[in-house]
Design a protein around this ligand. Structure first.
Ligand SMILES: Cc1cc2nc3c(=O)[nH]c(=O)nc-3n(C[C@H](O)[C@H](O)[C@H](O)COP(=O)(O)OP(=O)(O)OC[C@H]3O[C@@H](n4cnc5c(N)ncnc54)[C@H](O)[C@@H]3O)c2cc1C
Length: 491
């Protein structure tokens, strides 16, 4: 068993990234305050921030990764440093008639952790990891981020389908499903969750696995930001580290997009299971080296192979296709480490927090949808807005997960704002996409990348009817008093 605990340096770095201002001042105020209030709160070893504290607003804003900060104000914020802190915070909320909201790393587009008058429990400092290399499993806490977990795992010869962007935390990502690396072979990430430790509404720590509380195992595989408990530790299946990850990228000008789409439709059907195909639509002007006008299409194919020969075999059909022939720019057959894969995502502006909104759909008409999106993207408010498509996800049709199977392909759209005034026009642009995709393209939504505040009806459309009813029954059973906030738009 290999254990990793955050060092003092990384711990301090995290604190700084949560909020640059007032750490010590706020801590002192909070400790003093905590002594005057309920027992449960005074037992918390982590920082407690009350609405009346001097630096409350700095902390509150620091809890949300996006530049846009919703005007929702928790009563108390607890920066948990242990499972005991989580239990004490839950007990304090229950005993004082307050609801609980949860934050792992604060990347939710709806900022669903920020709720009025709640006790917001922040888990970002819970970052322990341990690997069982022989059995290819790991325990990890919800504050771990994609790249740091991947690098720790890679050092053990293991890998995991983390998010494609380095900073995204595993807490919310796994709970909502998780579209991670090597999507088809490793499946949607929550399907690698084999157990968990969960603190329930009555303040009890319970084990969840195939034998103990299996109904909760089903729920945490996809329930997303309406789950009725706090996961303080996930137990996950790991995968052998692919020894020859290799990537090819082709960038096409707008005139070649119809050809590329029809080629991808064929290539995705025949592709090797270890190939991941991502297609990104962007304004050409936003890509260095591309013409200043029109929409560009970036086709990235990643082979998660074990040898150079296997990688070349996986990538060869793409290199031999008209996509390669017509590409304006291309980089072919380049070996990659995971840190380099994360870096490659920057081209999508994936790490830009000035987004107004995100939405998505599962579809079996991806090619046609891409062609529709070319015209819609041309009208985007910011030239940095973009669209990501995933070809041939082919997720498994397992039924032991709250996450359903709606279709084999996936598309998500991102409205970026260059100035605050872009917010409302961006929403109107997103409304237009929604109206188009609702005309027979969308088969359902993915809960981690949809915005419930603008589109509350999307919450239910992330589940099957049966799954939605089952989640409701489990909520009544495990949280009969409604301690935990449910999905925004439903509370
Ligand atoms: C830059 C960027 C890149 C992304 N890339 C991907 C990607 O490649 N693939 C993908 O699938 N998604 C991706 N996402 C979406 C991402 O999966 C979600 O934003 C996810 O919620 C992030 O997890 P988090 O820990 O930050 O969640 P948070 O924002 O902290 O939490 C969201 C909600 O989830 C619930 N929750 C979180 N943790 C727990 C817990 N431990 N116990 C109980 N409930 C909990 C709570 O209701 C909480 O309000 C990306 C997002 C961003 C911003």
């Amino acid at each position: 068993m290999v254990d990793h605990k955050p060092t003092r340096r990384t711990f301090l770095k995290r604190l700084t990234s949560v909020c640059a201002l007032g750490v010590m001042a706020s801590f002192n105020t909070s400790v003093a305050f905590a002594k005057q209030v309920g027992d449960a709160l005074s037992r918390i070893k982590g920082t407690v921030i009350q609405k009346t504290d001097k630096f409350y607003e700095d902390w509150r804003q620091g809890m949300t990764w996006y530049v846009r900060k919703p005007k929702r104000y928790p009563q108390t914020m607890v920066l948990a440093t242990s499972t005991e802190d989580v239990i004490n915070a839950i007990n304090y909320a229950r005993e004082n008639g307050l609801k609980v909201s949860i934050r792992s790393t604060g990347h939710s587009i709806s900022a669903s952790h920020l709720r009025d008058e709640s006790v917001m429990i922040d888990l970002s400092q819970l970052r322990e990891v341990s690997f069982d290399v022989e059995n290819q499993t790991a325990w990890l806490q919800p504050g771990m981020r994609a790249q740091e977990f991947q690098e720790l795992a890679n050092a053990q010869g293991l890998a995991f389908p983390t998010a494609h962007t380095n900073v995204v935390g595993l807490g919310g990502f796994l709970l909502g499903g998780g579209l991670g690396w090597n999507l088809q072979k490793w499946d949607i990430s929550c399907r690698s969750v084999i157990g968990a430790e969960i603190v329930t509404a009555d303040g009890k720590l319970i084990n969840v696995n195939e034998n103990e509380n299996p109904d909760l195992l089903w729920a945490i595989r996809g329930a997303g930001p309406g789950f009725f408990g706090i996961i303080v530790r996930y137990h996950v299946k790991m995968y052998p580290m692919p020894r020859a990850i290799t990537k090819s990228a082709y960038i096409l000008t707008e005139e070649h997009i119809p050809m590329a789409v029809s080629e991808l439709e064929k290539l995705a059907k025949e592709k090797d299971i270890n190939a991941e195909i991502l297609g990104v639509l962007k304004h050409s002007a936003d890509i260095p080296g591309m013409p200043k006008e029109g929409i560009a299409f970036i086709v990235m194919v990643i082979a998660f192979a074990d040898s150079k020969a296997q990688a070349q075999q996986i990538l060869a059909p793409f290199a031999a296709s008209p996509i390669a022939e017509k590409a304006y720019l291309k980089k072919v057959d380049r070996p990659h480490t995971f840190p380099e894969l994360f870096e490659g995502q920057l081209i999508t502006d994936a790490t830009a927090p000035d987004r107004t909104s995100i939405d998505n759909m599962w579809t079996d008409r991806l090619g046609e949808a891409v062609l529709k999106m070319v015209d819609i993207l041309r009208e985007s408010v910011s030239k940095r807005s973009f669209v990501i498509t995933v070809w041939g996800v082919n997720p498994s049709k397992r039924t032991d997960t709250a996450l359903p199977h709606f279709a084999d392909d996936y598309m998500s759209y991102y409205a970026l704002a260059d100035k605050p005034e872009h917010t409302e026009p961006n929403y109107l642009w997103m409304d237009k996409i929604k109206a188009t995709m609702d005309q027979g393209f969308s088969k359902g939504h993915y809960i981690n990348e949809t915005e419930f505040v603008r589109y509350p009806e999307h919450v239910k459309q992330c589940f099957t009817e049966e799954g939605w009813v089952r989640l409701g029954k489990l909520r009544s059973q495990y949280d009969p008093q409604g301690l935990f906030h449910t999905y925004i738009g439903y509370s």
